[in-house]
Write a protein that binds this ligand. Structure first.
Ligand code: NAP
Length: 346
């Protein structure tokens, strides 16, 4: 006997949300795809053909927001995104970022560069690597204290007038920076870390974004895989291509202590038919209609699982229950080491 609903056999499909407002609004899928970890900072990965196939499978499931940056690699991640996705540019958006110092193809750790001439040079180079005529959303990756944000916003505004960029975004900035930038060039989205183990954006940034009609893109929405439950104190991040071995929350001691959060997600999900990763993503989606998380993966199974998170709508009581349970746990380890912490607003 078969008792199969039509949707059980079909691939996951994802609905739509809008980042930003007015002239610079951007309709996107409710969940985007973080391309970074496919070949940068997330350890061993499948070969290029498999990665390109997975990106096509994401397009086929309705994902229209793909996130990369010049510094990922540097360059190899944009090249992958361009090779796989440029042919779909009439129906998807590849977003990218400028702002780290890169010399002769090498990332200069800790140094930032948002000088107007650099932004212009990066835009041209990113367009070439992405095989595009226009960048749908161009983010500043980290605030450069040496360049007033008005000059950064003004440069992106010029690129918009020249038809090379469509929209402007910021990453990991405080409210004052957001307001100053937005006054020069309306901001479509702010991208910052946000998940059940890092809720700082709720204090000031999310209310300001709601007031200004700006979208929010939580990066590392599964806390770099941790909230998916496949990582524990025995996991090694020593491939030479994995920054988690530099992050205080990924020491064996921190992982052991913080697994209590994963257990909360699993317990919560068990009676609702959700996996821990789905609980983590559904919680983000419930925090605001202007929120579009960008989980990354190298696996079709995880892509399917993550997209189906949008099929669950958590109500206010669910959200409160979850937050209450997680708040009982003392999170161990900072999210960044000191030199990277200095580059983020909080
Ligand atoms: N603006 C910024 O400063 C900034 C900083 C960091 C990241 N980002 C952006 O955010 C995107 C995502 O961030 P991220 O890669 O750091 O973190 P993430 O999306 O929280 O986690 C990615 C990791 O989670 C694993 N994963 C995915 N789905 C899973 C599931 N259902 N169950 C268990 N594990 C799962 C993936 O491994 P598998 O391959 O095994 O699935 C991958 O290693 C990046 O691609 C990048 O575009 C932006």
């Amino acid at each position: 006997m078969t008792d199969t609903h039509a949707e059980d056999a079909a691939p996951a499909r994802v609905s739509q949300r809008t980042l930003g407002s007015g002239e610079f609004a951007m309709p996107v899928s409710t969940l985007g795809f973080g391309v970074m970890g496919m070949n940068y900072n997330r350890g061993p990965h499948p070969d290029r053909a498999a990665l390109i196939r997975l990106l096509h499978q994401a397009v086929n499931r309705g994902v229209t927001l793909f996130d990369t940056a010049e510094v990922y690699g540097p360059h190899v991640n944009e090249e992958l995104a361009g090779e796989a996705l440029a042919r779909f540019s009439h129906r998807i958006a590849i977003t990218t970022k400028f702002g780290h110092r890169i010399i002769d193809g090498q990332y200069v750790a800790g140094e930032l560069d948002s000088r107007p001439a650099t932004i212009r040079r990066v835009a041209e180079a990113s367009l070439r690597r992405l095989r595009l005529d226009v960048i749908e959303l161009f983010y500043q990756h980290r605030l450069d204290p040496a360049v007033p944000i008005e000059d950064v916003a003004g440069t992106v505004r010029e690129l918009i007038h020249e038809g090379k960029v469509k929209r402007f975004g910021l990453c990991e900035v405080g409210v004052d920076t957001i307001r100053r930038a937005h006054a020069v060039q309306p901001v479509t989205a702010v991208q910052s870390e946000y998940h059940l183990m890092w809720r700082e954006p709720e204090k000031q940034v999310l209310p300001a974004l709601a007031e200004l009609g700006i979208g929010f893109v939580p990066y590392s929405p599964l806390n770099r895989g941790f909230l998916g439950g496949d990582i524990n104190e025995h996991t090694r991040f020593d491939s030479g291509n994995d920054n988690r071995n530099t992050l205080p929350r990924f020491t064996p001691e921190a992982l052991r202590a913080n697994l209590a959060v994963v257990e909360v997600l699993n317990v919560f999900g068990r009676t609702r038919g959700m996996t821990g990763a789905q609980v983590a993503l559904a919680w983000l989606l419930a925090k605001g209609q202007n929120i579009v998380p960008i989980p990354g993966t190298t696996k079709l199974a995880h892509l399917e699982e993550n997209l189906r998170a949008a099929h669950f709508a958590l109500g206010a009581t669910d959200v409160a229950t979850l937050e209450q349970e997680v708040s009982k746990i003392g999170i161990v380890g900072e999210r960044y080491p000191p030199e990277q912490q200095r580059q983020v607003a909080s």
